[in-house]
Design a protein around this ligand. Structure first.
Ligand SMILES: C[S@@+](CC[C@H](N)C(=O)[O-])C[C@H]1O[C@@H](n2cnc3c(N)ncnc32)[C@H](O)[C@@H]1O
Length: 374
């Protein structure tokens, strides 16, 4: 690809994010993304700041996180006030000033960090997926691909309310949890009454696992949060505080190579549930295929499950209704994200599409009619 094509592609990516992910959710990022998309010099800076092995589709969000980290380090700056919602100024000018001032640090962040957004809101989707498992009275060993700090490994400790027309129609998890999640239900179907089984192991593999108790690493997670969404920084801080008291053992590695050996350490009394939420997007197509085929091979030998909350193109083994997915791509309101469950029971494999969701599971459209999956 020529340099010019690469810049045009990057510009399109910023516009795509503005249209689909930031519009109606993070107005600050929507405004900035549209301005960056039209600023060739800045696009060149962003393109050359990312290390060559960064997946191209992830560069805009990485740039925003790298810059947000510097904004958090400059809490008195005008752009920090805008990000915290304390000022209504147009964010563009103070953002550009900050980028100019912090160029080197932004490049350093982009070269040494990756997008690690640990979005605890996703637990509202994961909880329903976990409740759909066939366990035959066995414990769950949760093994996450790309756990970041592992906040979603504690899905059974968070409380989620599912609202239809502003009325709670389902809930999961302890009502007195410090984390209270809310998910709006769309469409005609309501998830079945359910509960999560016993989770007796929590682990995961990530190239850069985050230590929830380390202030610098926690700041990087805060930097990955989009500005203008009031509850998210506080909710992240609360979840980090809970998890830092009893952090899960996370393996530093690449899921393509290190996932199966980790799953193989799980005792046969447990059902390993491999969880992947917005992580497969960061793995190459070959890597994703290797993960799927090696999990399938293991599933032929022992009961296990693969629970995914991913953009549908990254989980081709889950049959998603194309028309519905495309309709969501058209309206925006979050890149459509599919909650899918592939499970092996006694050597028999089944794949189920459970729901279509907002990437942070602010809303979901439940897709599965009640059925017997025993
Ligand atoms: C966008 S974050 C999502 C974190 C978490 N799953 C969540 O939903 O909150 C993507 C995570 O995937 C991790 N990751 C990227 N490539 C990976 C790989 N090859 N194997 C395992 N994890 C990977 C990143 O380090 C990062 O922590």
């Amino acid at each position: 690809m020529s340099e010019r094509d690469a810049i045009e592609e990057l510009s399109d990516l910023f516009v795509f994010l503005a249209d689909h992910d930031f519009a109606g959710y993070s107005p600050t990022y929507e405004r900035l993304a549209r301005a960056i998309a039209a600023d060739t010099q800045l696009l060149e800076f962003v393109a050359t700041s990312a290390s060559p092995n960064t997946r191209r589709g992830r560069i805009p969000v990485l740039f925003f996180a790298a810059t947000h980290d510097r904004i958090l380090a400059n809490p008195e700056s005008e752009i920090a006030r805008v990000y915290r919602g304390e000022s209504d100024s147009d964010p563009l000018k103070p953002f550009l000033e900050l980028v100019e001032l912090e160029r080197e640090s932004i490049v350093h962040n982009m070269r040494t960090r990756s997008v690690q957004t640990n979005e605890v809101g996703r637990s509202a989707g994961i909880a329903l997926g976990m409740s759909a498992l066939t366990l035959n009275d066995r414990d769950i060993a949760l093994v996450e691909i790309g756990p970041s700090a592992g906040l979603n490994l504690f899905v059974d400790q968070w409380h989620a309310n599912y609202l239809l027309n502003e009325t709670v129609v389902r809930e999961l998890g302890p009502t007195d949890s410090p984390i209270q999640l809310t998910c709006e239900l769309r469409g005609d179907l309501i998830p079945p009454e359910s509960r999560i089984g016993r989770i007796s192991h929590r682990t995961g593999v990530d190239p850069a696992p985050i230590d929830a108790s380390n202030a610098t690493e926690s700041r990087w997670l805060q930097a990955c949060v989009w500005p203008g969404i009031p509850e998210r920084p506080e909710r992240l801080a609360t979840a980090l505080a809970v998890v830092s008291k009893n952090p899960p053992p996370l393996v530093q590695g690449d899921a393509v190579v290190d996932l199966i050996p980790l799953v193989e350490t799980i005792s046969p009394e447990c059902v390993p549930v491999v969880l992947s939420t917005w992580a497969l997007a960061y793995v190459s197509a070959d890597g994703r295929e290797t993960i799927q085929t090696s999990i399938d091979a293991l599933g032929a030998k022992r009961d296990l499950a693969l629970l995914t909350l991913e953009e549908p193109r990254f989980t081709p083994w889950i049959e998603t209704p194309d028309e519905l997915v495309n309709a969501y791509y058209e309206v925006g309101d979050g890149t459509p994200t599919v909650l899918g469950l592939r499970q092996w029971v006694n050597g028999k494999c089944s794949s189920r599409v459970l729901a279509l969701c907002h990437p942070h599971v602010r809303w979901m459209q439940w897709l599965e009619e009640e059925a017997d999956h025993g």
